[in-house]
Design a protein around this ligand. Structure first.
Ligand code: PLP
Length: 457
């Protein structure tokens, strides 16, 4: 076997995969569990169990930054999460020791890079409780995953008069691709309304479902309001009409344990950068039979079995949907982020974040003139609000001067804000590295902004 011979000549400090059975692409099989993980982990994880927020914070270098001379308070995790040292080190390690293109070359670095990339796919599979790695497609992010489904499955399966159901809660990424598909095919977009607390109205959903319903696409967690949708129930109801279901998990996977098999959806999408991983990498889960029946959406290298000028034979999934060179190191970084999150445990994360959210909701509700938008009982990590008489953008800028990073605007979810009569809100979004003290600092800053009291430095 070539690979172990090559491996034996390379220094142990390179952190070679521990596989004795050879490399993925040379052997043609799947890598063993743990393949692609450096033998000597580049970063020591300092986080002990049980949950210790101060230890966790030490894992995130950017949280030690100051902004405008004040300690950074990062309350913009719904836009993107910060990265733990373990992920940063894993990326650096890849470029220092493993960098190569994957799948197609008979040399040691190609083998290492391929092993690392495929090991990341296995980690995603396990993280989402998916039966097979062949059901995991690497893409750029949730947006690309949804566009892939709309253009591949959608163009093949949606026709005039068919109906696609989405909800008022959706991010533009889960509206625009379906709208484009409807324009192209003559299908109709139907939208499930929400009540005044930001919960989906399942009675209205029931009445929208029918024999014309071909697809239901909805967010597991709303990015603008934090509403956790009753995903299992929504899927069960869609199944009664044989509709396919896509779940947008971009805002869910960093807060809730996700069991895609139990959900029984056809597709589940996520963005790595919202899960403590790099930007430029995301995941499309698709059920094996569903992916198998989908045509490729982009053509090029990697996705083909054979090419002549007359015709091309395609690879089976997932390679069929991964044309060209993907974000190899970022996929490996996503694997490291999943390892990190699993070390802490999503149950622990969820419990802590719920306490933080409860504290934040109570603290903000006490501020005169502050209106919280979206108060669904089932909510994750998001506080959307407006301050009477002060533009959201001005609130965001004033908080920034105090080192507090929030988002002010429409959060790429204009329809849901307009449902509440607004064009923009301030959104503070939490992750497990935030503290109660940071929430108190936010509340104190909002009180100052509200009363026009300048910050004393
Ligand atoms: N879906 C939801 C619910 C989101 O919050 C986002 C991003 O904010 C997206 C989809 C799009 O994610 P990305 O920009 O990473 O593709």
């Amino acid at each position: 076997m070539l690979a172990p011979l090559l491996a034996a000549r390379l220094p142990a400090a390179a952190g070679l995969p521990s596989s004795e059975s050879g490399y993925y692409f040379l052997e043609g099989g799947l890598p063993p569990a743990g393949a692609g993980v450096p033998a000597a982990a580049p970063a020591a994880l300092t986080t002990p169990a049980p949950f210790d927020v101060n230890a966790i914070r030490r894992d995130f270098p950017v949280l030690q930054e100051t902004v405008h001379g004040r300690p950074l308070i990062w309350l913009d995790s719904a836009a993107t999460t910060q990265k733990p040292q373990a992920v940063i080190d894993r990326l650096a390690y890849f470029y220092q020791h493993e960098n190569s293109n994957i799948h197609r070359a008979a040399h040691a670095l190609a083998a290492k890079a391929t092993d690392a990339y495929e090991a990341a796919r296995e980690k995603v599979r396990r993280f989402l409780s998916v039966p097979s790695v062949d059901e995991i497609v690497f893409v750029r992010g949730a947006t690309e995953a949804i566009n892939l489904v709309a253009q591949s499955w959608g163009r093949k399966n949606i026709a005039a008069d068919d109906e696609i159901i989405i909800t008022w809660l959706e991010h533009h990424a889960n509206i625009v691709p379906w709208q484009q598909l409807c324009t192209e095919t003559g299908a109709r977009l139907r939208v499930v309304p929400v009540d005044d607390r930001g919960q989906l109205r399942l009675d209205a959903y029931e009445s929208l479902l029918g024999p014309k319903t071909k697809l239901v696409a909805f967010s597991h967690v709303s990015n603008a309001l934090g509403t956790i949708t009753p995903a299992r129930q929504i899927i069960e109801m869609a199944r009664r009409y044989d509709a396919r279901v896509l779940v947008d998990g971009a805002q869910a996977v960093s807060h809730l344990p996700t069991d895609v098999k139990a959900l029984d959806c056809d597709w589940y999408v996520l963005s790595g950068h919202k899960l403590f991983a790099p930007t430029g990498i995301g995941v499309l889960f698709g059920k094996a039979d569903v992916l198998e029946a989908m045509p490729p959406w982009q053509g090029g290298g990697n996705m083909i079995r054979d090419v002549t000028f007359e015709k091309t034979e395609y690879q089976p999934p997932p390679a069929r949907f991964e044309a060209g060179t993907g974000s190899i190191a970022d996929a490996v970084g996503l694997g490291a982020a999943i390892d990190y999150v699993e070390r802490i445990g999503l149950e622990n994360i969820g419990r802590y974040e719920q306490e933080l959210l409860g504290h934040a909701t109570r603290a903000l509700a006490r501020i005169p003139g502050l209106r919280l938008i979206g108060l669904a009982p089932e909510r994750a990590a998001v506080l959307s609000f407006v301050l009477d008489g002060i533009r959201s953008e001005d609130v965001g800028a004033a908080l920034d001067r105090e080192g507090i990073a929030v988002r002010a605007g429409h959060h790429c979810a204009q329809p849901i804000l307009r449902r509440f009569g607004l064009e923009s809100t301030v959104r503070a979004s939490l992750a497990f590295y935030n503290t109660f003290a940071e929430i108190d600092a936010l509340a104190a800053a909002l009180l100052r902004i509200r009363s026009g009291t300048p910050l004393v430095t």
